[in-house]
Design a protein around this ligand. Structure first.
Ligand SMILES: *[C@@H]1O[C@H](CO)[C@@H](O)[C@H](O)[C@H]1NC(C)=O
Ligand SMILES: *[C@@H]1O[C@H](CO)[C@@H](O)[C@H](O)[C@H]1NC(C)=O
Ligand SMILES: *[C@@H]1O[C@H](CO)[C@@H](O)[C@H](O)[C@H]1NC(C)=O
Length: 412
């Protein structure tokens, strides 16, 4: 989740120690079996309180075939407005301006043969009325799976790469121009369902925009597609965003903490899309575009050239309230090295970049909005591939292929 390059940061050892202690408590005493007493009661209360914070009252509820429950929540009562900085916030229903080239044409030749319509799976079973936004409901079992109820939807300390660099593997490209600043970025991300070996590993495809203080990452805005059992309770590929304003100590995925202001009533964060791409067959993709409103400074997110999801208010950030200094696109997996071996968790399609169109996963239509407010392709990029015998990347200016199978003879 954190970008593969950029500054390191020291973490609060005391907090980490407490979390580790939490991990050591046997699951049976945390779980449903009600052996004992005060701890269980406290935990139950904490779970109920957290569920209440996360799940706002629904005006309508939709059951998706993938098991999700989608709550249509009054747009004015969404979680964002629990944030102390957003108490008096006036919702923007549109950006005050669109950057030039706002709507991207269907691009390139990678997936040119008649594209299937891509949609979220819960759409099979209903839609949210005007004036509401769809929010994927957090269930009790989601919280019980988390290492700490209070931290559900936030980054676990052992998931922060700078703390434990060797568990995170990357295949990414980065642009970080001397003195350059960024006001937006775009990618069309090929949609696959990579296999993930175990619940505490993930496989994702995303982009990062980061704001730094002398190389130390402070603010990020991130968006992409991920498979992550511990967060979602299954191995489907789901739309996600992430933001932090203090180097991954606060902030969260999607709308799991107050921050992101959603306006769209058709797309839900954390939801699944269908259909996935087929090896050697039809390819599907999700286009994600983040850009800064040049009047209010909010960072808008648009999905599939059509759905303006909403925005991260400028006031959440210190460095990104101006601009980003680095943009990164690519794949990341967590390798827990279970049994001392490399994970079999796949990246992308589970095939190496050399396999090319309809076999290797791609990012295409890579764009940035630069300091002159010009939408352009990436320039002077550098490639980061941390373990090329397991996952790799081949770049061709405004698109690249990336991925790999994880464990193999060459990746033991
Ligand atoms: C919200 O408005 C109230 C009343 O005008 C004011 O006292 C408070 O400081 C404002 N809060 C923020 C975060 O702007
Ligand atoms: C797209 O087409 C160009 C020119 O026809 C070709 O050079 C390039 O390899 C193609 N890209 C892919 C990903 O097929
Ligand atoms: C959702 O809709 C599909 C297609 O109409 C239907 O087959 C399915 O039973 C519905 N699922 C739920 C949970 O309502």
């Amino acid at each position: 989740m954190a970008p593969p390059c950029g500054g390191g940061r020291r973490w609060m050892r005391a907090v980490k120690f407490t979390l580790c202690l939490f991990f050591l408590i046997p699951m049976s005493s945390v779980g449903i079996r009600n052996t004992n007493t005060n701890f269980d009661k406290k935990q139950k209360l904490e779970v109920q309180q957290q569920l209440k914070r996360l799940n706002k009252p629904a005006l309508k509820t939709i059951k998706s075939p993938d098991g999700d429950i989608i709550d249509c929540v009054d747009i004015k009562k969404q979680p964002a407005f629990d944030h102390p900085l957003l108490k008096n916030h006036t919702i923007q229903m549109r950006p005050s301006s669109y950057p030039e080239g706002f709507l991207f044409k269907e691009s390139n030749n990678i997936s040119s043969n008649s594209k299937p319509i891509i949609t979220q799976r819960w759409h099979l079973n209903g839609s949210c009325p005007e004036g509401t936004i769809p929010i994927r409901r957090t269930k009790e079992e989601d919280l019980l799976r988390a290492s700490s109820v209070a931290n559900y939807g936030r980054k676990k300390y052992d998931m922060i790469p700078n703390d434990n660099p060797s568990t995170h593997e990357y295949a990414t490209i980065t642009e970080e121009g001397e003195g350059e600043t960024y006001y937006g970025m775009n990618a069309e991300i090929n949609l696959w369902n990579p296999q993930v070996q175990q619940s505490n590993e993930f496989s994702l495809a995303q982009f990062w925009m980061t704001g730094d203080n002398n190389g130390a990452i402070i603010d990020t805005i991130e968006a992409g597609m991920m498979v992550y059992f511990d967060l979602h309770g299954d191995y489907e590929t789901r739309l996600f965003t992430y933001w932090t304003n203090d180097g991954y100590q606060s902030g969260c995925y999607n709308v799991m903490c107050p921050g992101f202001v959603q306006i769209d009533n058709r797309m839900a964060f954390g939801a699944t899309f269908l259909p996935y791409s087929v090896y050697g067959g039809t390819q599907t993709s999700v286009n994600l575009y983040v850009f800064k409103d040049n009047v209010y400074g909010h960072w808008w997110l648009q999905v599939n050239n059509k759905y303006l999801m909403g925005y991260w208010p400028s006031s959440l950030f210190s460095f990104l309230s101006n601009s980003a200094v680095r943009v990164t696109w690519g794949g990341e997996v967590v390798n827990q090295k279970s049994g001392g071996q490399h994970t079999t968790t796949q990246m992308g399609s589970g095939h190496f970049a050399e396999e090319g169109p309809s076999r290797a996963s791609y990012f295409q239509n890579l764009k940035v909005i630069d300091h002159e407010q010009v939408l352009r392709g990436p320039r002077d990029i550098h490639v980061t591939v941390t373990n090329p015998t397991c996952y790799n990347l081949l770049t061709h200016n405004d698109f690249f292929f990336y991925g790999g199978p994880g464990r193999s003879l060459n990746c033991p």
